[in-house]
Design a protein around this ligand. Sequence first.
Ligand SMILES: Cc1ncc(COP(=O)(O)O)c(C=O)c1O
Length: 378
Amino acid sequence: MVAQRTREVEISGIRKMFESAPPDSINLGLGEPDFDPPAAVVEAFCRAVRGGQNHYGPSAGLPALRDRIAERYVDREPGTGRENVIVTGSGSEGLMATALALYDPGDEVLVPNPGFVLYGPHARLAGAVPVPYSLSASDGYLPDLAELERLVTPRTSTIVVNSPSNPTGAVFPKSVVDRIVAFADRHELTIVSDEVYEPIVYDGPATSFWGRSDRAIVVNSFSKMLATTGWRIGYLLAPRPLAVEIFKMHYHIMACPSTPAQAAVLVGLESDAATKRMVREFRARRDLVARLLAKVPGVSLVRPGGAFYAFPRFSWERSSQDVAGALLGRGVITTPGDAFGSLGASHLRLSFAASRRNLRRGISILAEYAREVEGAGA
Ligand SMILES: Cc1ncc(COP(=O)(O)O)c(C=O)c1O
């Protein structure tokens, strides 16, 4: 009755955690900005709907929006044009269309561990085999190139990268981007670079993979940048021969992206002032969280350089599910690190898409728990 691919794929464990939260819990589990979209963008959405932009549009997106997106990337690749851009129904859809277009059954796809929850399932749904590569605290959660070399086989087709990272907050320095590009070139691999947190960085800009290889695909989204997660609108960039192929899958998944949402994000791209304001607040919270976690016994943190997550590691002999469960019982929602892969064990993901007050309260409850565990000799 149900296809094998459906039987084999799981829904991410993150939501399960939230469903059992007591009322009035402090939510440090949010994967979306706790901000509203910029007022001008909301206004543009309403204007589009009232003005009759309620119909199907071109499958690859409105030409004006594709042009505007392409313009943002000409500094990295002067030849970037509309033909490189597909407006998608979110970063998630862009990732799925890319996986369906590029992975063949039996292909091996290098995916980060810990990493965002869709990469592995998307590979499997396309019949490919996800092969996790390690991101560990000792390397600042940056890929270990020697390990990548060991993992490559003749069947490896693609490496998926994500900087700034969910869940670790790590941002690849340019030197790491250079090395991954060289690695991918050497083995003729496609690079799928998930850059949805690109503007949310604290210690300098993130380096895009766009234009670095004729096999690099960049997936991006308006979800985090404009705080429009519920609108489901994003984009991807691909070299022209690949864009033509990914477009086919995108067309069959969703026919076309939302017309009023496109009109609205086009206005959103006129100014990055609201994104900058949001990032300023996230930076202050990042600093606060790092300062508070430094005082929690048994916990260490690699200071996140981007996204809005801290990924503290604990030294206790407890599973991340147990620790997250215990905190939930005390009214704090966190995400267990192993929801992002086996190497997320001994970690929690704390989202700082929460007020400074709630961050202080939540981390003080974590500290109280840590003192108890340390006192019990665990
Ligand atoms: C790393 C990463 N990629 C992609 C997405 C998908 O975002 P959306 O589908 O809202 O564009 C998310 C959302 O949390 C994410 O964290």
